[in-house]
Write a new protein. Structure first.
Length: 94
């Protein structure tokens, strides 16, 4: 897991959210905290897996990475991007 969240997280002035952009190879995340005027970015990063690893190893790495992010930021809200696909376009549109 790599990211820009290697600093201590200060007290909470507003609601906190963590958003995930899921993917089997790379899952991105961002943690935001509400403020009076604009949200503050608490951290961003990517949870990476290797295509050479078996599926169960990759899923476990994603689970562990997401759990670490949620533990670190203790959000009030979690947002997960929905993958778009349609029957006429079998591949995802991302």
């Amino acid at each position: 897991m790599s990211g820009t969240d290697d600093v201590a997280i200060p007290g909470r002035p507003g609601p906190r959210a963590v958003g995930f952009d899921p993917g089997l190879a790379d899952t991105g995340y961002a943690a935001l905290e509400g403020g009076r005027r604009v949200p503050t970015v608490l951290g961003t990063g990517v949870i990476r897996t290797s295509a050479r690893d078996p599926l169960e190893v990759r899923l476990e790495a994603l689970f562990d990475g997401a759990r670490d992010v949620l533990t670190r930021f203790a959000p009030d809200l979690v947002i997960i991007e929905d993958v778009f696909s349609a029957p006429s376009i079998p591949r995802t549109a991302i």
